[in-house]
Each structure stands twice: as structure tokens, then as C-alpha cells.
Design a protein. Structure first.
Length: 353
């Protein structure tokens, strides 16, 4: 039996592409033929996927899995496909977050949320990476749904970090880290406000590290820069690292004192798990699937009181007993996302098709 996956784009360092590759490897271990087909493939991933134009339908028993995160021609192709069809819903950011910053992206997100509903009645199974996202599938009218967390390769996070970057970041400052694309729903402005309060009221020994792809339009990025200048911060206080290599990413995690998330919309939250894997205490606003991903781990809050968030971050950075207790809870939570456990859930769903 063939189990093929369709993704709009196979990008280096992209969580959906990484998940598709891990799933493909699992399918092959189970004895199936498996390929990834994409409309776009980064040069760095040559050989990891095939152009969608090369896809040819197989037998009625074969399975096609569409990873859905944005509007694309793959939606219509799946509707027209004859064979067993599975949707994996990775969440589409609500368009209102982009209003005033990127109207074109707001339009694309609105279309993406509308297009998701077109697949209702055209798939045998609709999976989501979280219960939060499954709720969107149910609201859109999908009859048969399930949850399989986003697969992560735990072993990759035990690899050595970039030693030069680790040395540079271990300079006596407290490193507050957030990993995620620079996007309005991630609420970088609130992260900057936390650092500004820390500088004014706690001490000068703090730095905010922001790792993630920069926005395609400058409006949001420019607004963030204005905000930190207005708060007497400099680019040395708020570091936009951009999209980084994996060993650099590990260096940022290994050098972080606290992983701080103020994001207002998360369909899963892979960086939360990455932080737990690299022994960084998590302090997170409980929105979207954040609470579901963390369970009872980390330190979570439901109101963005900047002063209280900053003071808790300072305690997590400096109080050894508190830090140890939080890390112990996070270590326990990781079992829910163990690669073997995630594969078992995925296999069970596919066997029930």
C-alpha cells in the first residue's frame, strides 16, 4: 500500500515539512511505499520530496494525506482524487491579526479558513495536531476527526549546539527566548514590554532573543522596532535572529534562561516542546493550544500583566529550586509527545480507515 503526503511547500526548517518527513519515514518502516509531493521544494531538501506534477494515482486502497495550512491548488486536487483521503489540519491564523500590517496575508488567511470547509465530505478522516484545531474541524462540519500531535525528532535536540554562539550568549545577561515567526499573532510587542519593565524595575541584566522568520512586509517589524526604541531599548537588548540553522537554534535554547511566550494564537506550539527538550523553563500565556500542549507543565498565565510576567521570569531565571521544580514537571510532560507514542496514535488512525 502507498501512503503519499501532499504539502504546498517543503521548506527547510518548517515544522510541517519536518513532520511530513518524519511521517514518511515511519510509513516506510511499517512496510509501505511513501513519498512527499510538494508544489515548491527548497534546494536544501532536494531528494526529500518530489514535485507534485510527478504524482500519479495508485489503487483505491492507497492513501493520500494533505497537510493543510493555507489555500493552495492541492485542495481542489484532493477533492478530485479517487482513493482514500486524509486531511491533517495545521491551523490557519485568524486574518484579523494581520489587519493593518499585511492586508494581502489577511486575505490569504481568510481564504484559507474558508477553503478548509470545502474539504468537508471529501475526506475519509480529518486529523488535527491538537484538540484546539480539532474543534475547528468539528465546527467546519467534518464528521470523522481525530488528534495526532505534531511529530518531533527528539534526538535532533540532543545534538551539539553551535559552540561559538553559545560562548557569545553566555556573557552574564539573562536571556529570555521566544522562537516563532515574527507575526502579529505571536505578540512580540508584549515580549518587548516585558523586557522594558525588567530594565526599568528589576535590573539591566536582560536580553530578549527572538528566533524566527521575519515578516514578508515591513509594517509589523517596523512597529516593533519603534516600540523598543520608545522604551529606551536597543538592538542589543532585543535581538531579531531571523531563521537560523539547527545548531544555532540549539545554541539559543541552550543559552536561554527562560522561554517566554505571549502568543495569542497557537494551533500546537512546537517550540514549547523544543524548550522542554532542551531544559529551558517555559513561561507562557495560555492561549489556543498552549495549555493543551503544556498540560500541567511550565508556568502558565491567563492575563497579560506585564509586571507580574517579568517578575516571574526573573524568579525562573534566578531561583534554583523553582527552576528545578518547573524543569521536572516539563520532563514528565514530554512523554505525551514521545515519537513512539505519536507514531502509535497515527498508525491506529490509519489502520481504522
Amino acid at each position: 500500500m502507498r501512503i503519499d503526503q501532499w504539502v504546498p511547500a517543503l521548506h527547510w526548517g518548517d515544522a510541517i515539512g519536518d513532520a511530513a518527513r518524519l511521517m514518511r519515514d515511519a510509513f516506510r518502516r511499517w512496510g509501505h511505499q511513501a513519498e512527499i509531493y510538494a508544489l515548491e521544494i527548497d534546494a536544501e531538501l532536494e531528494g526529500e520530496g518530489r514535485p507534485f506534477s510527478e504524482f500519479r494515482p495508485g489503487s483505491a486502497e492507497d492513501v493520500v494525506i494533505l497537510h493543510y495550512a493555507l489555500v493552495s491548488p492541492l485542495t481542489r486536487a484532493l477533492i478530485e482524487h479517487r482513493g482514500r483521503r486524509v486531511l491533517v489540519h495545521h491551523s490557519v491564523t485568524p486574518p484579523e491579526f494581520f489587519a493593518g500590517f499585511d492586508d494581502e496575508l489577511a486575505r490569504i488567511c481568510a481564504l484559507g479558513r474558508q477553503e478548509l470547509a470545502l474539504l468537508r465530505g471529501h475526506v475519509d478522516l480529518a486529523l488535527a495536531v491538537s484538540e484546539f484545531d480539532r474543534g475547528e474541524l468539528v465546527a467546519a462540519g467534518f464528521a470523522r476527526t481525530g488528534v495526532v500531535p505534531l511529530p518531533l525528532d527528539f534526538a535532533r535536540y540532543r545534538q551539539p549546539p553551535n559552540p561559538v554562539l553559545v560562548r557569545l550568549l553566555h556573557d552574564g545577561l539573562v536571556n529570555l527566548l521566544f522562537v516563532g515567526r515574527v507575526s502579529p499573532n505571536k505578540c512580540h510587542a508584549d515580549l518587548i514590554r516585558v523586557v522594558a519593565y525588567w530594565k526599568r524595575c528589576i535590573g539591566a541584566d536582560v536580553r530578549l532573543l527572538l528566533v524566527g522568520k521575519l515578516p514578508r512586509r515591513r509594517a509589523y517589524f517596523d512597529a516593533l522596532q519603534r516600540l523598543f526604541y520608545e522604551n529606551a531599548l536597543t538592538p542589543a537588548d532585543v535581538v531579531f535572529a531571523g531563521h537560523v540553522a539547527h545548531d544555532d537554534l540549539l545554541a539559543y535554547y541552550r543559552s536561554a534562561h527562560v522561554f517566554l511566550s505571549m502568543s495569542a494564537h497557537e494551533g500546537f506550539g512546537a517550540p514549547l516542546i523544543e524548550a522542554m527538550l532542551t531544559d529551558v523553563p517555559v513561561l507562557a500565556y495560555r492561549s489556543g493550544a498552549v495549555g493543551e500542549t503544556l498540560g500541567d507543565a511550565g508556568v502558565q498565565f491567563t492575563e497579560k500583566r506585564i509586571d507580574e510576567v517579568a517578575e516571574m521570569a526573573e524568579r525562573l531565571a534566578h531561583q534554583a529550586s523553582l527552576r528545578a521544580a518547573v524543569l521536572e514537571g516539563q520532563s514528565r510532560r514530554l512523554s505525551a509527545f514521545d515519537p513512539t507514542a505519536v507514531e502509535t496514535r497515527l498508525r491506529r488512525h490509519l489502520e481504522e480507515l
